[in-house]
Design a protein around this ligand. Structure first.
Ligand SMILES: NCc1[nH]cc(CCC(=O)O)c1CC(=O)O
Length: 324
């Protein structure tokens, strides 16, 4: 029973991250009989900078890979073999020596409006307080409802819901995907349509990385790859990469299949005050990863061009990733 596991799975320790790691482990066991054996896989919890710093806005901590760096290091050093990530927390450029062969079937991409007293944003009175650590969410809401106030709201899902119940804020927003995976869908007062709240790039997608030279782990996780989800995430991440040299930009993006082989990509960059958002859309055939990435890059190039000198104003205020 004390033999070394064949596959060490790394994850953050939040309840959501653990739920995702357990789901990945179960899918691996179902797909590969040799991994279904007792002790064949282990789950290793790794604390990231983003988990450690709870008292300051993420935008003040800065830097890429707040929720991934320590996990990347563990992977590179061999302390773990694969890592299960919320893709919206993963920087567009992977750590050297790591690859991403697997995107699992994507969950609900939408954000949810959550409130104890109110049914929707439209019902909130003048001066009502929204708790959010996400400038992407906050700025989209302020653009539409400038009479609301946004306060910084950090912590994992459980912490944020507790703050809401304590009356620290009148409403908050959380990804439906996280709620669904935690079996807490009923916490959502109302899912918001992407037209009202465009999700973060790769929201609802879970990816699995491994070392580029680890052929065995790679084959195991590649078997779980959902091609439809992977191409959507590839388009969105190419859009993000095209805009996001610093990884500190409030950006939203969503790719969807409108018909077999036909993709639609919506993209948006916003200012913190929600004024003058820039959005764009692409539709067309996407047969492979190169086509998905070309669509994302093309949409980003258009926004860079249109933003012109104003682009710096869209940058530098927020760290991409970590619930943003
Ligand atoms: N670190 C926060 C984080 N990362 C991924 C999700 C949601 C799940 C997902 O988008 O797959 C969340 C919580 C949230 O934004 O409500």
């Amino acid at each position: 029973m004390s033999t070394t596991p064949l596959l060490k799975i790394g994850t953050r320790g939040s309840p959501l991250a653990l739920a995702q790691a357990h789901a990945a482990r179960d899918a691996l066991a179902a797909a590969h009989p040799e991994l279904a054996v007792d002790g064949a896989m282990s789950i290793e919890i790794i604390k990231t900078t983003g988990d450690s710093v709870q008292d300051r806005p993420l935008s003040e901590i800065g830097g890429k890979g707040l929720f991934t760096r320590e996990i990347d290091d563990a992977q590179t050093s061999g302390a773990i073999d694969i890592a299960v990530h919320s893709m919206k927390d993963v920087p567009t450029v992977l750590e050297d020596g790591l690859v991403l062969p697997c995107i699992m079937p994507r969950e609900d991409v939408r954000d949810a409006f959550i409130s104890v007293k109110y049914k929707s944003f439209a019902e909130l009175p003048e001066g009502a307080v929204i708790g959010s650590a996400s400038l992407r969410r906050a700025s989209q809401i302020l653009g539409r409802y400038p009479h609301l106030k946004v306060i910084n709201f950090r912590g994992n899902l459980q912490t944020r819901l507790r703050k809401l119940n304590e009356g620290v804020a009148d409403a908050t927003m959380l990804a439906m995907a996280g709620l669904n995976r935690m079996g807490m869908s009923e916490v959502a007062t109302q899912p918001m349509a992407p037209d009202e709240m465009l999700p973060a790039v790769a929201q609802g997608a879970v990816g699995i990385t491994c070392r580029a030279d680890d052929d065995r782990a790679r084959a195991w996780i590649e078997a779980l790859d959902c091609r439809d989800s992977h191409l959507r995430v590839a388009a969105e991440r190419a859009f993000l990469a095209g805009l996001d040299g610093s990884c500190r930009t409030p950006i939203a993006g969503l790719a969807e299949w409108t018909a077999p082989g036909m993709m639609r990509l919506r993209g948006l960059i916003v200012r913190p005050d929600g004024r003058n958002p820039l959005d764009t859309e692409r539709s067309g055939p996407v047969a492979d990863r190169a086509a998905a990435e070309a669509m994302g890059a093309d949409a980003a190039a258009e926004l860079v061009e249109r933003a012109g000198d104003a682009l710096p104003a869209y940058r530098g205020e927020v760290v991409h990733g970590g619930g943003l």
